[in-house]
Design a protein around this ligand. Structure first.
Ligand SMILES: NC(=O)c1ccc[n+]([C@@H]2O[C@H](COP(=O)([O-])OP(=O)(O)OC[C@H]3O[C@@H](n4cnc5c(N)ncnc54)[C@H](OP(=O)(O)O)[C@@H]3O)[C@@H](O)[C@H]2O)c1
Length: 327
C-alpha cells in the first residue's frame, strides 16, 4: 500500500474507530465534535509524504477545522462545553488530524469562534489568516501607502493578503492564472489584478517600487516577482504550488540587493506565546466584524466521499475551497 493510500484509508476508516475517538481525555484536554474541515494544499503534500512538517505515520490527515466542545477533562472548566472552537497551533510534535468526527485537543490552544462567523468560514480560520497577518503586520516593516505584489493571488491565502493589506492601507498588485478572477479580487480590494504570462513584470506599472513580493508558486513566477522589487526589497516565499525551485533575477540580486527569504506558520507558532496568537485573532475578529470577508467554498463533501472531494480539490481554477462536513 502506498503512503497516500495508507493515509486515505486511515481517514476513511476513522468514523468507525470508536475506541480511538473516545480515548479518555488527558489533563487539560477538550474533545471536539467536528463540524467542518477544509482540504488544503498542505494536506496533499502530507499524503505525498513531501511535507517538511510531517507527523509520524500512521496519522489522521487534516491541518485545520472547527468543532463544538462536547467533553472536557476533569481539570477543564465546564464553561467550554458547547463552545465552537478552532486550534491554530497545529505542529509536527503536537499533531491533531482534523478530518475526523471527534478530536481531542489541549484547551490552552483552543480559541472560541465569534458568533458572527459561520461554521464553514470558521473551519478555514486557523492557518491562512494567521499566516497573512504575521507576514504583513509582524514580520515586515510595511506602512500605509506601500505597494506589495503577489502571485497565486486568488488562493485563500492570497485573498487574506489582499483583505488584510487593504485594511492596513497597503496597495496590492495581484497575479492570477485565470481572468475570471480579476473582478472578484478587485471587489475584495485588490488595486490591480494581472493575468500571468512569462513576462508579467513588464505589465506592472509600479515595477521597481515594491517593498515585498509574496511568492506562493516558485519557478519562473518567482523570478518575475523578484524583478518588480525595489532596492533591498524582500521576496518572501511561503508556498511552492508549481513544485519548481524558486528562480531569482540576476539584476534583482546584484544591483538591487533584494533579500530572498521564507516563512512557515507552523515553525513560527512554535516560537511565540499562545497569548500572542490570541491577540492576533482578537485583532482579526475586530476587523472582520467591522468589514466582512468570506473565503469562497466550492463544494462540501461527507468524509465517505473523500475520493471525489480530493479529486475536486486538486483541480485548477477551482475558485473556492473544498470542505468536509463531519460528525
Ligand atoms: N508557509 C506557510 O505558513 C503557509 C500557510 C498557509 C498556506 N501556505 C501555502 O500557501 C499556498 C496557498 O494555500 P491556500 O490554502 O491558499 O490554497 P488554495 O486556496 O487551495 O489555492 C491554491 C492556489 O494555488 C494556485 N496554483 C495551483 N497550482 C499552481 C501551479 N502549478 N502554478 C501556479 N499556481 C498554482 C491556484 O491557482 P488557480 O486557482 O489558478 O488554479 C490557487 O491560486 C499553498 O502552497 C500552501 O501550502 C503556506
Amino acid at each position: 500500500m502506498t503512503y497516500q493510500a495508507l493515509c486515505v484509508e486511515t481517514v476513511s476508516k476513522h468514523p468507525v474507530l470508536s475506541d480511538y475517538e473516545f480515548l479518555p481525555l488527558e489533563k487539560g484536554q477538550v474533545r471536539l465534535k467536528m463540524l467542518y474541515a477544509p482540504i488544503n494544499p498542505a494536506d496533499f503534500n502530507m499524503m505525498d509524504a513531501h511535507y517538511v512538517i510531517q507527523p509520524d505515520c500512521p496519522f489522521i490527515l487534516g491541518n485545520e477545522g472547527v468543532g463544538v466542545v462536547d467533553a472536557v477533562a476533569d481539570d477543564v472548566d465546564s464553561s467550554w462545553l458547547g463552545k465552537r472552537v478552532f486550534f491554530p497551533f497545529q505542529m509536527r510534535h503536537q499533531w491533531v488530524g482534523f478530518w475526523a468526527n471527534y478530536v481531542s485537543l489541549p484547551v490552552q490552544g483552543c480559541i472560541i469562534v465569534p458568533d458572527f462567523m459561520d461554521d464553514q468560514q470558521a473551519a478555514m480560520i486557523s492557518i491562512n489568516p494567521l499566516t497573512a497577518w504575521v507576514i504583513l503586520a509582524d514580520c515586515m516593516d510595511l506602512n500605509a501607502g506601500d505597494w506589495i505584489i503577489q502571485n497565486a493571488a486568488n488562493s485563500a491565502l492570497g485573498r487574506w493578503f489582499i483583505y488584510i493589506a487593504n485594511q492596513l492601507g497597503i496597495h496590492t498588485v495581484n497575479i492570477v492564472r485565470n481572468d475570471a478572477m480579476i473582478e472578484p479580487l478587485k471587489l475584495l480590494g485588490a488595486d490591480s489584478v494581472i493575468v500571468y504570462d512569462d513576462h508579467f513584470s513588464k505589465q506592472v506599472p509600479q515595477k521597481g517600487s515594491f517593498k515585498l513580493a509574496l511568492n506562493g508558486v516558485g519557478g519562473h513566477s518567482a523570478k518575475e516577482l523578484s524583478k518588480c522589487l525595489d532596492y533591498g526589497g524582500i521576496l518572501m516565499t511561503y508556498g511552492a504550488m508549481s513544485k519548481e525551485a524558486v528562480c531569482i533575477g540576476n539584476v534583482a540580486l546584484i544591483y538591487k540587493c533584494i533579500i530572498a527569504t521564507g516563512f512557515n506558520r507552523s515553525l513560527w507558532a512554535e516560537s511565540v506565546s499562545i497569548d500572542h496568537v490570541k491577540t492576533i485573532y482578537k485583532r482579526l475578529f475586530e476587523m472582520l466584524q467591522h468589514s466582512s470577508f468570506l473565503i469562497p467554498v466550492k463544494q462540501v463533501f461527507c468524509l465517505d466521499d473523500y475520493t471525489d472531494a480530493l479529486g475536486m480539490a486538486q483541480q485548477a481554477s477551482l475558485g473556492g475551497k473544498v470542505l468536509f462536513r463531519l460528525s
